[in-house]
Ligand binder design. Structure first.
Ligand SMILES: Cc1ncc(COP(=O)(O)O)c(C=O)c1O
Length: 384
């Protein structure tokens, strides 16, 4: 019998379902020949602002630039300190460092993998300017304590919501919770192709409720130029591409449906794994805090003997991934910050234990069943 191959991620089925619409949206752009800041940009900005329940949204060229531009809009630069978790994608800290500011790491909560609010205050100095929480894997950071700290210590909050478009914090029964990106001063999103709303290349967005920050990001994304060729400040070239915006507008129509599908797959994993949870010591599934709206950008388990399990699954034709194998405080490029192993034990442990399983809206049921069956088989084999 032929073995089923289970890719970690597959966009082809999704593309097939919207191919005609995408091609026709691109045709429109070709007809107008307005490639820079064309009409789809504003249309997408309106949709995303509405979706995130913010006043403003500004399209930029990537999630990484969304972070850089947000920091720039707040005037963060040389010598300023920004508090952030070390267990995240590189761009969170890279953006801070690129501006000459200093990433100051704060360990994570072992349940959610997000920054641990109880460890923030001890890291605040006279140079601290902002907190940069990351809503990792699609679940919001516990933001209320951060808002409180930011208020008393007069700090800004930039949300790295690259993985969390549509995630909601503390939804209360009957009323809606706060959306990722709307909670801090500025929120940053990525439309990298594998994100829940993915472009056909790089793209990103900044959202905010504050008109001055919106103006600044708009200005900074076009070299600080206003009017053209007159420069108020030194910005960068970081506009959202019109073709990407046209594609994202088509895909946006399906985002809610796709999110529901992801949530269903997450629930199904929960069911399928149930019996293994008591028998496999150390196996842990994602937890949802405060009944948050988790959008399951990734489905990340903690797995004993993670590296051996990953290898075994690969041999069985099952794709998995590790987000992230080395916390940022231990990255070579940040050695000048003088952190060492042991500084952030929860992040270091997570890096050794996490394993991301296939999750995307079109993930076939038999693939999902196979993933869980093979994981159980691995631990059974280990027992004997
Ligand atoms: C947490 C986080 N921050 C920032 C980024 C950067 O986004 P981009 O790849 O669009 O530059 C990403 C995505 O790759 C991310 O996952």
């Amino acid at each position: 019998m032929m073995k089923i191959k289970v890719p970690f991620f597959d966009l082809t089925a999704q593309f097939k379902s919207i191919e005609a619409e995408i091609k026709s949206a691109l045709d429109e752009v070709f007809k107008t020949q307005q490639f820079i800041l064309g009409p789809p940009i504003q249309a997408l900005e309106e949709k995303i602002a509405q979706y995130c329940r913010t006043q403003y949204a500004m399209g930029v060229s990537s999630g990484s630039d969304a972070l850089v531009l947000s920091l720039m809009a707040l005037g963060i630069g040389a010598g300023d300190e920004v508090l952030l978790p070390p267990f995240t994608f590189f761009a969170t800290a890279g953006s801070v460092s690129r501006l000459g500011a200093i990433p100051v790491f704060v360990d994570i909560d072992p349940e959610t993998f997000n920054i641990d609010p109880s460890k923030i205050e001890e890291k605040i100095t006279s140079k601290t300017k902002a907190i940069l929480p990351v809503h990792l894997f699609g679940q919001c950071t516990d933001m209320d304590p951060l808002l409180q700290i930011a208020k008393t210590k007069k700090l800004f909050i930039i949300e790295d919501a690259a993985q969390a478009l549509g995630a909601e914090y503390k939804p209360k029964s009957g009323s809606e919770g706060r959306r990722a990106g709307q909670i801090g001063n500025l929120g940053c999103f990525s439309f990298y192709p594998t994100k829940n709303l993915g472009a056909f290349g790089d793209a990103g967005m900044v959202v905010t409720d504050q008109p001055d920050f919106s103006e600044k990001v708009r200005l900074l994304r076009v070299h600080g130029s206003q009017p053209k060729y007159f420069h108020k400040s030194i910005g960068i070239n970081s506009r959202l591409d019109t073709m990407q915006a046209a594609i994202l507008l088509v895909k946006f129509k399906y985002l809610e449906k796709w999110t529901l599908e992801r949530q269903k797959k997450a629930e199904r994993y929960q069911l399928l794994f149930q019996d293994a949870l008591s028998s496999v010591n150390g196996l842990r599934l994602p937890t949802i805090q405060y009944q948050n709206r988790h959008i399951f950008h990734q489905y990340v388990i903690r797995a004993p003997e993670r590296d051996r399990l990953k290898k075994y699954l690969a041999e069985e034709g099952i794709g998995t991934d590790i987000y992230y194998p080395l916390p940022l405080h231990l990255q070579e490029c940040f050695s000048f910050l003088k952190y060492k192993r042991g500084d952030f034990p929860t992040s270091e442990r997570a890096a050794e234990e996490v394993l991301a399983l296939p999750i995307y809206p079109e993930l076939p049921e038999d693939h999902q069943t196979l993933v869980v069956d093979r994981i159980k088989a691995f631990y059974k084999k280990n027992e004997s």
